[in-house]
Design a binder for this molecule. Sequence first.
Ligand code: WTA
Length: 683
Amino acid sequence: MNSIYVGQNATNVLFRSLFQRLRLKSFRKVQTRSLFLSELVPSQHKLSFVTRDHEEIYKKSIQEPGKFWGELALSKLQWITPFTKTMDCEMSKGQHKWFMDGVLNVSENCLDRHVQRTPDNIALIWEKDEPGTHETVSYRELLKMTCQLSNTLKNHGIKKGDRVCLYLPNSPLAVVSMLACSRIGAAHSVVFAGFSADALASRIMDAGAETVITADQGLRGGKTINLKQMVDEAVSKCSGVKRVFVMSRTGADVPMGKIDIPLEKAMSEESNECIPEPMNSEDMLFLLYTSGSTGKPKGIQHSQAGYLLYANLTFKHVFGYEPGDIFSCVADIGWITGHSYVVYGPLSNGATSVLFESIPTYPDPGRYWEMVERLKINIFYGAPTAIRLLLKYGNDWVEKYDRSSLKVLGTVGEPINAEAWYWYNDIVGEKRCTVVDTWWQTETGGVFLAPRPGPDNSMPKPEFATRPFFGVEPVLLDSNGKELVGNNVSGNLCIRGSVPGLARTVYGDHQRFLETYYTTFPGYYFTGDGALRDEDGHYRITGRVDDVINISGHRLGTAEIEDALDYHPDVAESAVVGFPHEIKGEGIYAYVTLKEGAVIKLEDLVLQLKNLVKKEIGSFAVPEIIQVASGLPKTRSGKIMRRILRKVAANDFHDLGDVSTLAEPSVVKDIVDEHKKLMHSKS
Ligand code: WTA
């Protein structure tokens, strides 16, 4: 026995049980329904956990992924027709096929099977923007609404394979919209309601969506957002949109045009029953647009069975979810975190999921903790940027509320610095909760690195996402693609081998999918992040190694912001980099050069550039600092040296590297001088 860990034991027991079965049994025919997980282990059963078990289960999951995932897929998901072959994956082709020929329906897995057993259990607690107000939705009610909307969509001609764009506030009808799409076999493409009309339009067009679901208005932190107006503007640029369903959030009297349909009224006329569409495991479940280092955002396409299984298992085991727990992930459903840990992970487990519509500082910085006390939240999952913001307001806002219900605190989206980690652990969690720093991506579908399940939390390790989930094999490669073996190394974080949750393709552009993720390091999935592996074999994410920046956990490609800036008639060229920001993690710093003969007042230019970014992408992408530069540092082949620009933006003028290879080395001195002048004028 290496070490013993007591606590959150059901999770551990489940996996020990799983391992024993995997070890003791030769693999049965996959059609046989297996009962080896929760069905066999009462959750109140308390046993100790041995490190060795985790390692052995993990080893098994890597050595025999087909057996491992095949058994789990049969026991955790409800199939209409069981699959005949567990996996057919080829990393070099970016090909991930799991649970082939299997037929199932995701909404049935999230709703009907729970309604049969526990219809009155609460599925959603909608924490509304209005402080202190929440509404609950039972599984029975959620199924009823989902069927009504499914029938509405079908009656308007939406069918299997169609793409439906959702531009909605965090609300039960947003979840219902996602589930209704999955029920009828349409793919949803949720666009975060902070994106501009132009950004929305480009996503609608790329997906070829004929249907949009939106709301009259959204509410965030007491402010109204004119969602319908944004959609009208977007739709005016997309001739392919045939219908817009409009949910009532504030009841505002918004203009309704020929293609607009009041959502609640249409639903009320429909039956409460809708037979779920049989879907193949590998059919598309949803698209989610995300930024990369080049080009326009891409529609990351996820599968039905592989995605659902991975969201289901990681939800349960990374957070140590036990039946009856109240789980609160405060992410917006417009991001992957909202998809996997507000909707699909919790609901497929029959859990109670809090749907948070507001912001952490409204009406005051005690919002989260007042909600924890009122709703008796057991597991809270948030972003480092919010934690950093709240710690600035002091401990009183936390300590005035009872947080004794909390047992697990999660973070996601960006590196969490030690100060924020300790504050979360010591003040919010009173040193008795488990802090789980979870690393993953839109492309991975669910958590890939986290200090769970298992005993790592006996030794908290701030800033470390620690170790891989079962079935995930991280590797670190140097820039030549050579694997860095052993510990105390850092390099490009890649994944060897397929995992059911991984994205299947970029919608409509498999070549781009291959080029982005599978060609830099042939044979591996390349994450775009750097990581180090310490002496214990634990992983710490060191940040993106490509031109993606992470603003308050929102992922943005520098190229997207540059594209927006370049629209300005006076701008010749632009280069955008991230710089360290106390609260947001990274801030946006833009360098622009002007065309010959441009005559414009500096403050007008800055204002116009900010407005351009707001219009093209959204307010959250507006650069904090814009520097008008006389030139940009470029290599002789014309490539902008962002490394230098990043250092200058961070006020780090030492070791700018060898500038002699630049086409015009003197540009660097000019940029540094201009930067210093700008900073001086701001202080
Ligand atoms: C970053 C969010 C450090 C990372 C689920 C990744 C993190 C990108 C962490 C994906 C973490 C996410 N520690 N960095 N725990 N979690 N990231 O697609 O750079 O919005 O590549 O998915 O966020 O962002 P995305």
